[in-house]
Design a binder for this molecule. Structure first.
Ligand code: ADP
Length: 260
């Protein structure tokens, strides 16, 4: 623990002495360190795509623009990096909004099957383009969760997006669900590379990645799971990962079942 010591001489005290006040500032220091770390991470994440954009632009201006093959390729790289910056800013805004409670969640009774169905459909092209089978095994239209529909859509979107992104061609992503008492579980399972156990507890931290290079190459921002965790907790639920290297991964969202 870290203490702040405030020592004050006692005025007019016939016996020389001081009053010593010990204040525990460990928490203040910890929060300050977290803030500095976050700023360092954000700066780094913004700098990487910007440096690429700058380098490609300079090469184009230096003459590559006249070469149609290189010109086209460099413009595509600039476009990719600009999309990455855009996604990063959107994810940071989402997190900031959730944390500041600017847009309070609106909890209603939501049919889980409808949200699952829509989110799966949104990812069909992404899955097909990399030859991953995306399967929806949850069709029970009677199951209702107590949730903010847009937040639930974002949670499922981030989990399915990761599952498809990290699963190589020929793999499979399955979305399933079940009710356990007053809790509704929704699972996104993939046959991808799996995640070593030592990373499980940190996966939901902002900018934490198992393989930085791979995540960047696939257009990841490192914020998807942090958003999932914040949103599930804000709705009174939880998120958990179960995974072994070489055996794929399952992310389980638990949310309160709708009342009534
Ligand atoms: P990113 O934008 O990098 O995907 P996330 O916060 O969504 O960031 O995920 C954090 C990290 O967790 C990823 O960089 C990746 O290493 C790992 N990860 C997430 N989902 C999966 C998955 N389905 N299979 C393997 N690794 C995953």
């Amino acid at each position: 623990r870290i203490f702040d010591v405030l020592a004050t001489p006692l005025p007019g005290d016939p016996l020389p002495g001081v009053v010593v006040v010990l204040r525990d500032v460990s928490e203040v220091k910890r929060l300050e360190q977290m803030r500095q770390q976050f700023i360092a991470n954000v700066s780094h994440e913004l700098k990487t795509p910007l440096s690429s954009i700058k380098a490609y632009t300079e090469t184009l201006l230096g003459g590559a623009l006249k070469d149609p093959v290189h010109g086209q390729r460099f413009l595509e790289r600039i476009d990719e990096q600009a999309s990455r910056l855009h996604q990063l800013i959107m994810d940071m805004l989402s997190l900031a909004r959730i944390e500041s409670s600017q847009a309070p969640l609106e909890l209603t009774n939501v049919p889980l099957a409808r949200v699952v169905q829509r989110t799966v459909v949104d990812h069909e092209r992404q899955a097909a383009s990399k030859e991953v089978i995306l399967e929806n095994r949850f069709t029970d239209s009677a199951v209702m969760v107590r949730a903010d529909e847009e937040a639930l859509r974002q949670i499922l979107n981030n989990l399915i997006d990761n599952a498809v992104k990290y699963t190589p061609a020929g793999g499979r992503v399955t979305v399933s669900g079940r009710v356990d008492d007053a809790v509704v579980l929704c699972e996104v399972t993939d046959t991808g590379p799996g995640i070593p156990a030592e990373h499980h507890s940190r996966l939901f931290e902002r900018f934490y990645r198992v393989d930085k290079a791979r995540s960047r190459e696939l257009g990841g921002t490192g914020l998807g799971l942090a958003i999932v965790k914040h949103l599930t907790q804000a709705m009174g639920g939880s998120i958990e990962v179960s995974s072994q290297v070489g055996m794929g991964s399952t992310f389980t969202v638990r949310l309160p079942a709708a009342n009534g």
